[in-house]
Each structure stands twice: as structure tokens, then as C-alpha cells.
Ligand binder design. Structure first.
Ligand code: ADP
Ligand code: MG
Length: 487
């Protein structure tokens, strides 16, 4: 960010809840079906239909509220938010306005390896709209999504960079995943962001006008949109230093154009929609007992932050590795299963994140989706630790494991003589002697107590054996050869 300026960011995150049915009807809540099959009169808002609240959705909202240490409200209510658009069959959305189900909350996220706290303002329950589909000469509406339960998680304007916002949003996603409140499938739109951005001079009190960028559906777009918008606003203020800030940037709504990679104006405040909120007369207030809330406590698992701290404390992993491993419940489970089988958390974390992580990145898969089982992963790490394969060979074995996940690494190595470490002492001895002869300067350095030179010599032997020599044996033979020098 430009010197002397500070970004101010608030996020509104919409998360679809993974309930079996919709928020106000028994219609099926499922993504990807043929259009307009999961709909009854309620989903298309026919006159005379009445909403009935889905308890499971309320329970998931409570659980999320508890997970972020918010105050679950024993009395909240539903309001109508009027808007007219073909994807909204009733011409109003049922949401919560001044009495949301959860108030407040704290999210601790890791930004550049450091824990930072961000504040939630409120969490409200509401239903999703349908989806417009555009064809060459007409558009259609798919109401399968109409009525799907959402929670909207509204943050305080407490973030100051795109990095903050992405870390916060990723942590929210992890929590939703851990408590099984949402599918968290970004490609399917399970989680969507509206981001509010303003800037101000460092040290300036109060907030300037904000720009809202609507409907971002990936962390990448979220990051790009914020970075772009912060630069744009600073540029505008700096181009008109004599003007009052209010006249430089007015409150407005933008969208992110993914092809142009810039924010595009949708409407200014003067044209803002008038939502005419009022309490929904078809629904009773949402009244909970202390017991209803307490009961959900029991469904709270160990949360990502607690797990991450535990990995650092008990396994000695770096904060960064712990953060990645705990970002997804299934990944953390995978890691823990592998560690249970072979209790070497550090190399296991490394092989999951660096080696397999690197290989799977392009496909956008996580290791638990790769077919490689925690058993086979643990086995591979064990084989390396025991010197059955060298780390170098293990990389080729890993490639094969991804191609044929049903074959164990032990079988892969047994079936391929080239994978067995070079452990022919006599031949290795010859190579060692040769290396010592070719690198006398280094040998003298080792004798002078410089261990870095020893590592170099090991590297030379490895090079001559294409990385296949058993490291322990190389070390031993080299030490012996150096001890006998000069002869
Ligand atoms: P509205 O009622 O118009 O939706 P809210 O007060 O609920 O407005 O705020 C919406 C979001 O905008 C919140 O996430 C909040 O943190 C954020 N926000 C409010 N003011 C600013 C500002 N000046 N700069 C950046 N974000 C802001
Ligand atoms: Mg809002």
C-alpha cells in the first residue's frame, strides 16, 4: 500500500448451509440438479404459501455463533427485504435486520505467520435467491437455489489489507467446514463475499465513504478486488487534494470485472435500492431457550485455531505448516491418521504439504482426494527414515503413488530394482575414494573441523550415484576414508 495511507475493509460473507431442506420449506437443498426440480409452491413464492423455519438451519447458525464466541440471541426475528428481480419470486427476501440471531464474535486468523483478531458485528439467517441463466436469445430462472438457507456473517470494518481480508475469510471457511455447517464449495458458490473498502490517511480518525464490491466467489478475486480498489481510491484522493473527501468518493456499489481485472460501477448512493425492511408477518419471532444454545455447544469439535496451536505445541510444527494442515477438516484428519500410524509428524507434514502438495497443486486437489491413503503416505515416510529408499528416490515413488494409488510404496520399490538404494559397499567405497581424491581441498577443510565441507563431499558421492546411495552408508565410508587421509 502507498505510504501514509491505510485501507479499511469490512466483509459480508454469505454461506449456504448444508441442511437437507430449505430454510422455510421441505424442498430439497441440493446443488447441481436439473433446473426447477427442487421446488414446491413455497420456493416459487405462490400466494397463500406460508414459511416454516427449518430447525436444522437455526442450529447450524447457533453453532457457528458459538464457534466464533458471539452472543447467541434468545430472541430474534425475520424481516422482509423488498427487491424486484426475476431471481426473487416473492419480490422480497426473508432475512434478519435489527434483531439478528447472533451479535458480535471474534475470529483469530494467521496473517504472515502471526495471529490477528478480527471482529464480527452480527450473523443473520436468510434465504438465497434463485439463479438466472442466460441463453443466446432468452434467459431462464432456476429456482432450485431459491430458499436455500444462508448465514450472512458481517464483520466490523476492522481489516486493513487484502491479506487480512483473505486470511479472515479463509478462517471463516475453515470454521464452517469443521462444524459441518456448509459444503464450503467455492466453485458451486457455497460461499460468496461482498466487500466494503475505504481508505484513509494513517492516523486519521473516523472512516471515509466506502465502496461495496458485490458477489465475489473466490479468494483470488477477493484479494485482487481489494488491492485494485485501495489503489484506485488512493489515486482519486491524491489527484484532488484540495477537495473534501466526501466529494471525491461517494458511497457506491461496484462489481469486479474478472476479465478487465477492475472494479466497475453498478450504482451510486442516490440510486440505492430502498429495501423497505419490516418484520415478516408470516413468521413468529425466533425464540430460543438457554438449553437450545447449550445443546449446540456439545456439537462443537476442536476448532481450527485450537488444532493449529496443538500441532505447534505437541508436534513441533511451524505455525505455517500447522495452519495449512488445519485449514480443512479432512486434511487435518488425514494428517493425524498418518501420524497415528507412524509417529513422525514433521516429515509427514512435509511430505503432505511440500511433496504431495506441490504435485497436486495444479489439479487443485488435496491429498485426501488423491487416492493416496494415510497408510501409504506413512509407509513412504517410514521407508525414507529407515533408509529403505533415499529421499531422492522417494520423489519418484511419490509420482507413481499418485498414478497408482492402490499400490503400496513398498510394492512399488520392490517391483523396481532402480528404486532400491545403492548399498553395494565395495562399489560405493570406490566412488568414495575417487571423490576424496578429486576434492582434496574439501577433505582438508573437514580435517580442519569444517562440517560444511563434509556435506559437500556427501553431495559429490550422491551425484555420482544419481542420488541412489544409502545416506548412512555414504556417511560412514566417507568418515573412514577421510580418517585415513593422506595415505
Ligand atoms: P449496511 O447496513 O449498508 O449493509 P453496515 O453498517 O451493515 O452497512 O456495513 C456493511 C459492511 O461494511 C460491514 O462489513 C462494515 O464493516 C463495512 N463498513 C462500514 N463502513 C465502512 C467503511 N467506511 N469502510 C470500509 N468498510 C465499512
Ligand atoms: Mg449489509
Amino acid at each position: 500500500m502507498k505510504d501514509g495511507w491505510e485501507g479499511v475493509i469490512g466483509l459480508e460473507i454469505h454461506a449456504e448451509l448444508n441442511t437437507a431442506t430449505k430454510l422455510f420449506s421441505g424442498d430439497v437443498n441440493r446443488f447441481g440438479d436439473e433446473p426447477n426440480i427442487n421446488i414446491s409452491e413455497v420456493s416459487v413464492g405462490l400466494p397463500g404459501t406460508l414459511p416454516v423455519v427449518n430447525k436444522e438451519a437455526v442450529r447450524k447458525a447457533i453453532r457457528f455463533g458459538l464457534a466464533v464466541k458471539g452472543q447467541v440471541q434468545l430472541w430474534s426475528r425475520f424481516d422482509r427485504k423488498s427487491y424486484f428481480y426475476p431471481d426473487c419470486p416473492r419480490n422480497y427476501q426473508i432475512t434478519q435486520f435489527d434483531f439478528p440471531v447472533v451479535k458480535g464474535g471474534i475470529v483469530t486468523a494467521l496473517v504472515d505467520g502471526e495471529e490477528k483478531q478480527f471482529s464480527i458485528n452480527r450473523i443473520q439467517l436468510e434465504d438465497d435467491a434463485g439463479m438466472l441463466k442466460h441463453f443466446t436469445s432468452f434467459a431462464g430462472v432456476d429456482f432450485n437455489r431459491a430458499g436455500v438457507p444462508l448465514i450472512e456473517i458481517v464483520s466490523e470494518p476492522c481489516m486493513h489489507s487484502a491479506k487480512d481480508a483473505v486470511a479472515y475469510a479463509m478462517t471463516i471457511r475453515s470454521i464452517l467446514d469443521y462444524i459441518d455447517a456448509s459444503d464450503c464449495n467455492m466453485e458451486e458458490g457455497s460461499i460468496r463475499f461482498d466487500v466494503n473498502v475505504s481508505v484513509r490517511k494513517q492516523g486519521e480518525a473516523g472512516l471515509r465513504n466506502r465502496i461495496e464490491i458485490k458477489n465475489l466467489n473466490s479468494f483470488n478475486y477477493l484479494q485482487q478486488a481489494i488491492e485494485h480498489e485501495i489503489d484506485r481510491q488512493i489515486g482519486m484522493y491524491e489527484a484532488a487534494p484540495e477537495k473534501p473527501a466526501d466529494q471525491v468518493i461517494g458511497q457506491a456499489t461496484y462489481r469486479w470485472d474478472t476479465t478487465k481485472a477492475e472494479t466497475v460501477l453498478m450504482r451510486t448512493k442516490e440510486n440505492a435500492e430502498d429495501y423497505r425492511y419490516f418484520p415478516d408477518p408470516d413468521l413468529l419471532p425466533l425464540v430460543l431457550s438457554e438449553k437450545d444454545v447449550e445443546r449446540e455447544m456439545e456439537y462443537l469439535p476442536e476448532l481450527p485455531l485450537e488444532k493449529e496451536r496443538r500441532y505447534v505445541r505437541d508436534f513441533g510444527l511451524s505455525a505455517q505448516h500447522s495452519y495449512f494442515l488445519t485449514s480443512e477438516k479432512k486434511l487435518a484428519d488425514y494428517f493425524e491418521e498418518a501420524v497415528r500410524i507412524y509417529p513422525q509428524p514433521k516429515p509427514i507434514a512435509n511430505w503432505i504439504l511440500v511433496e504431495f502438495g506441490g504435485r497436486l497443486k495444479e489439479k487443485g486437489l488435496s491429498i485426501w482426494q488423491s487416492g493416496v491413503t494415510p497408510q501409504n503416505l506413512a509407509e513412504l515416510v517410514k521407508m525414507i527414515q529407515e533408509g529403505v529408499v533415499t529421499s531422492r528416490t522417494a520423489k519418484s515413488v511419490a509420482d507413481e503413488m499418485l498414478l497408482t494409488p492402490e499400490v503400496s510404496p513398498r510394492t512399488i520399490v520392490e517391483d523396481n530394482p532402480a528404486y532400491r538404494p545403492f548399498a553395494d559397499t565395495e562399489k560405493l567405497q570406490e566412488i568414495v575414494v575417487q571423490v576424496v581424491r578429486e576434492n582434496e581441498a574439501s577433505v582438508k577443510e573437514v580435517l580442519g573441523g569444517r562440517d560444511r565441507a563434509f556435506t559437500f563431499l556427501v553431495g559429490q558421492v550422491m551425484k555420482k550415484t544419481q542420488g541412489s546411495a544409502q545416506p548412512d552408508l555414504v556417511n560412514r565410508l566417507l568418515r573412514e576414508a577421510i580418517a585415513q587421509y593422506p595415505k
